[in-house]
Design a binder for this molecule. Structure first.
Ligand code: 3PG
Ligand code: MG
Length: 407
């Protein structure tokens, strides 16, 4: 089992602690539009500062090509300050004289945020020289940026491999890693996975990996249409990857060989086009008309999925059931999310969910607080579900548990 250093054992007092965070947050009019990621990392920041560490935040924001004022982390640093309720200083560069001077001026318990690492092309090129300059600013490295851990960039991988900095997962990172372990290494069976979203082509690795790990695989979203076609059904004008019908058949054959259940929609909400409140109707999946688009699962499918959840002990969920951005096609996702939240609250289900769209859909259903764990990661969560060890996690793994056995 992977083991990590524990922040419990880190002696940070008076030390310069480089904390890789994911401050890549949605911005609107120069202000933070959604602070979820900041709220998640606040405990790590507060803890390290509270223990007398000099907390140096490093992060990227967006995908700037070179230095671009609109992608400055300065307004984000102000939001961090508001959330941790402490001053957060800002340095206009993440390496070089400005960063060095700002770090040198820190007192124990201070918090400093460095400017966007992606203002230097060396960050995404994973340049070792750049990583050494970043590493030279600190005595310890803490990574609390799970949602960026699928990137192999200087500030989350080489910073460790080119330096002697002891590297620790932060509290939010550790919670993500623990949740993945509970879902895949030590889950309570039966395990059900829900995979939705638009395309099988982006989720092939995921479906393959999940089939080996779960008893039941529920397929929703537009990708279910390709499976329906593989079963010989007509899907009208619905999204469908015709070239992947053979692949869908292979996945169903593999499930059969492994004695796994695949649950597909049995009824659907259809409409002539995708728009808010467009007239829609419910049909059985073998009655979809030539001009119909499948935009959500129907009530019988919802009931069936909920009954699967009621028999499950662990749920892993990635991808919405329908076109949830448009009412009423959010209904299937919301009803299933409600059921998952109730079973979780009753102690009958351990529920994990993640992925950009999935979290947006679960927020809409107001269930995020009632599931066992909702990941902040989009791509990082998905790649973890595919069974990959993320590059940003790999560098944190120590070969053996620390002396107190806490991993
Ligand atoms: C994210 O938001 O997914 C992470 O911060 C990684 O950002 P990126 O997709 O621009 O690499
Ligand atoms: Mg992204």
């Amino acid at each position: 089992m992977q083991s990590f250093r524990s922040l419990d054992d880190a002696d940070v007092k008076g030390k310069r602690v480089l904390v890789r965070v994911d401050l890549n947050v949605p911005m609107a009019d120069g202000k933070v539009a959604d602070a979820t990621r900041i709220v998640e990392i606040a405990p790590t920041i507060s803890e390290l500062a509270g223990k007398g560490g000099k907390v140096i935040l490093i992060s990227h924001l967006n995908r700037p090509k070179g230095r671009d004022p609109k992608d400055s982390l300065k307004p984000v640093a102000a939001e961090v300050s508001r959330i941790v309720k402490k001053p957060v200083a800002f340095a206009a560069d993440c390496i070089g004289p400005q960063a060095e001077a700002a770090v040198a001026a820190m007192r124990n318990g201070d918090i400093l945020c460095l400017e966007n690492t992606r203002f230097h092309a060396e960050e995404e090129n994973n340049d070792k020289g750049f990583a050494k300059k970043l590493a030279a600013l600190g005595d310890l490295f803490v990574d609390d940026a799970f949602s960026a851990a699928h990137r192999e960039h200087a500030s989350n991988t080489s910073i460790v491999t080119v330096s002697n900095l002891p590297a620790y997962p932060g509290r939010a990172m550790k919670a993500e890693l623990d949740a993945l372990q509970r879902a895949f290494e030590t889950p309570r069976h039966p395990v059900t996975a829900i995979v939705g979203g638009a395309k099988i082509s982006t989720k092939l690795d995921l479906l393959g990996h999940l089939l080996a790990k779960v008893e039941t695989l529920v397929i929703g979203g537009a990708m279910a249409n390709t499976f329906l076609v593989a079963q010989g059904k007509a899907v009208g004008k619905s999204l469908c990857e015709s070239e992947l019908v053979g692949t869908a058949r292979d996945i169903m054959a593999k499930a059969k060989a492994l004695h796994r259940d695949i649950v597909l929609p049995i009824d659907a909400v259809v409409a002539p086009k995708l728009a808010d409140h467009v007239p829609s109707r419910v049909v059985a999946v073998d009655e979809v008309g030539a001009t119909d688009m499948i935009l959500d699962i129907g009530p019988r499918t919802i009931e069936r999925v909920i009954s699967v959840l009621a028999r499950s002990k662990t749920l892993v969920w990635n991808g919405p059931f329908g076109a949830f951005e448009h009412e009423p096609f959010d209904n299937g996702t919301i009803e299933v999310a409600e059921a998952a939240a109730e079973l979780t609250a009753a102690g009958k289900l351990v529920s994990f969910a993640g992925g950009g769209d999935t979290v947006a859909a679960l927020n809409l259903a107001s269930v995020t607080d009632r599931l066992t764990h909702v990941s902040t990661g989009g791509g990082a969560f998905l790649e973890s579900l595919e069974g990959k060890t993320l590059p940003g996690v790999k560098v944190l793994i120590v070969s053996q548990s620390p002396p107190n056995g806490d991993n």
